[in-house]
Ligand binder design. Sequence first.
Ligand code: ADP
Ligand code: MG
Ligand code: MG
Length: 907
Amino acid sequence: MNTPKRVYLFGNGKAEGSAEMKNLLGGKGANLAEMNLIGVPVPPGFTITTEVCTEYNKLGSAKLREILSDDVHNAIRHIEDLVNMQFGSAENPLLVSVRSGARASMPGMMDTILNLGLNETTIQGLIKKTNNERFAWDSYRRFVQMYSDVVLGLKPESKEEHDPFEVIIDTVKKEKGISSDLELTTEDLKNLVTIFKQTVEEKTGKKFPDDPWEQLWGAIFAVFDSWNNERAKFYRKLNNIPDEWGTAVTVQAMVFGNMGFTSATGVAFTRDAATGENLFNGEYLINAQGEDVVAGIRTPQQITKIGSQRWAKLAGISEEERLSKYPSLEEAMPETYKELFEIQKRLENHYRDMQDMEFTIQEGKLWLLQTRTGKRTGLAMIKIAMDMLREGMIEEKTALKRIDPAKLDELLHPVFTKEGLAKAKVIANGLPASPGAASGQIVFFADEAESWAAAKKKVILVREETSPEDLRGMAVAQGILTARGGMTSHAAVVARGMGKCCVAGAGALQIDYKARTMTVNGKVYKEGDWISLNGSTGQILEGKIDTQDPELSGDFGAVMQLADKYTKMKVRTNADTPKDATVARNFGAQGIGLCRTEHMFFEGERIKAMREMILAEDETGRKKALAKLLPMQKNDFEGIYTAMNGFPVTIRLLDPPLHEFVPQEESAQKEIAEELGIPLEKVKARVASLHEVNPMLGHRGCRLGNTYPEITEMQTRAIIEAALAVKARGISVLPEIMVPLTSTAEEFEMQEDIIRKTAEKVFAEKQDRVDYLVGTMIEIPRAALTADKIAEHAEFFSFGTNDLTQMTFGFSRDDAGVFLPVYLEKNLLKHDPFQIIDREGVGQLVKMGTERGRKTRPDLKVGICGEHGGEPSSVEFCHLVGMNYVSCSPYRVPIARVAAAIAALND
Ligand code: ADP
Ligand code: MG
Ligand code: MG
């Protein structure tokens, strides 16, 4: 048996891996290899594959260490040779970082350890070699801190408390009356190391390991373990990343950004991740290590001069002050900046996409530590794709595939109204980290954000800075506000990835977690107070502000045109009113796939007539009430036909059980009785008789129309009369009359018969005709199974995948809230089948129904009108099945258009 290759080396312009090997080496490992191959300076190292992570999960640490031992020793030798240092040496010690990296980027979700290899002996070597005692102890202090957290599992004791180490550091700073970590002396740092190690031993019962090899193995396994930490699991759920993939581990020679004032560390983007502007940008910190920027511990400075000037303007800082206190890297280290600028250009041209890079400058020498496709907002996604297309960097199909359909949703999010903004008071300004408009109540903790949101409250999560632990809270908040950290801080990056409004680094905020308050310029805001965030300008405002629909950019239109060029399916909308129909038309809907008529019966006078119909004793009584409804329905249909101006309109006949239209409370029943002039007892008795044990499976759908044919007659008449009226005004119409909840061909035939006879009657009366189709929803498994028979009469099928999912799984949608979340948590289901179509089960019925239907009627029109019609993966499935169209709610039309086009490109 061949043993698989488990470890891949890189360094000095050579690499065993490459960018193509993301599955095996993780994104980080693959790109570190690739950067070596294209001549970008990267500290040497090696990557242990994702397959080993799977092995580890199966075999455990002892066995794996045995298997991996030789490979890891040789790989460390490889680094030692290239950098001319020795791991564990007392004279010239090699220090390494141990980094996680999955196939798909999961920023900050897993763990990384820096400065590994330090102990009481090796630190002496480091001091001798660098002649920089403070730096050496600072590195050791950082290592003990990270290792204790990640490997030894030391955690804060309560959520109100910081990291226990930060608490210790704060105490020391307070005693000495200093405010910055940079003012800690060598002696302070030395003491901190001792105190830290004691604390770890007291709190975890584990001794801090001194042997570098023990440290290394501990770190490797901890990184593998971090694949299964809670936040990583949650992130995968959120982003549909499979649990089986596993993480790779990269071990890499350390370079030091904390060696003094000619050293620095930073994060940079080739283009603006928030707006998409084609402008190199980023942030850096002098005399710091990588984790400082992301953790938002100090507020970083801008890399470019122009970025720095824009930042100063927002913060109200004068040019003199900016230059003396917060110069850009371009101004502070012009030579290194130039090199960085050239490398970012090279990387973007090489990958042909916006890159997000990490770099460190060690005593003036630049090193790249990571490059990846940058996460971006929906706005930036569109602009960057279209700009790159215009720049000739990518072609049309690639540009289209760069659009994540689900992210278009963000562009359709509301923005504050001008009037609302004019009235609102600005509390403070922060960085515009992720655009959008959000109002909500202040909460200070992620778990509270979750519980408040579960109670249907809108919340803004306010934090000093966020950490990966806060992910769940961020996901449910309307917006995120932080007091510290920059545009590349955790809060900013994650918010942009989620498409969530975020204002970061608002320095004027003083947050007191224990008191649950935020103080700004002397004014105190408490938990529960309303504030608003404008993520596009960085403004923080008092109270709640009205919102309106956003205006869409030209690039948005251009993307839609591209989508239409490559798509095979049409996109229709689900719309019950002329207003919805118009919104959907503006988003490019080509017809209505589902017009639910029952929604028309709830307004004003209509509900009265409807109730009269339901409470009627016999057919005559029902007909009298229906006659009152006819003109109202007809009027609605005219409005909808007009809005759709020639596009097909699928109208579904009455579907829900009748008891939904009558009130259950006695007071309301009394009113009805008086209005209709019948005794209350009668109303009560009728309501009671409508009661069903299982309304979802009861007297509804075509069962109504077959027991009370006069309802189908009235509705058909309204549909056809409206069509003729609109036609007379010169507007073309194509009504498609849809029978709901068919399970047998005979049921459908009876409805069809009523519809056709009624239509002919109307044509004769009006001396005019229109074309129309009669078809059915396929939403009961039996209908899918007998689709060939049903298609003998039905001219179109529309898959009602909400009911079909419900009936195929036997899950009641109204009751699934109890067990579905548990099923998802326990991985009994990969997705919520009501959101993403279950290809394996429900999908088979859809496929079979389509094939059997078309066997009988080759030109059968087939579409979908369940919630799935606006969900990208389900849209792809519909394309693969060969549907003619999908239909979704108006605001999802653009998403479905792009998803359909991408499905066609990938097919
Ligand atoms: P994450 O995936 O959370 O970004 P990383 O593995 O990228 O974790 O590392 C965290 C930080 O440490 C980054 O800023 C990175 O640049 C820095 N870093 C990682 N390895 C090294 C190294 N060998 N030398 C210097 N800095 C490093
Ligand atoms: Mg990183
Ligand atoms: Mg249904």
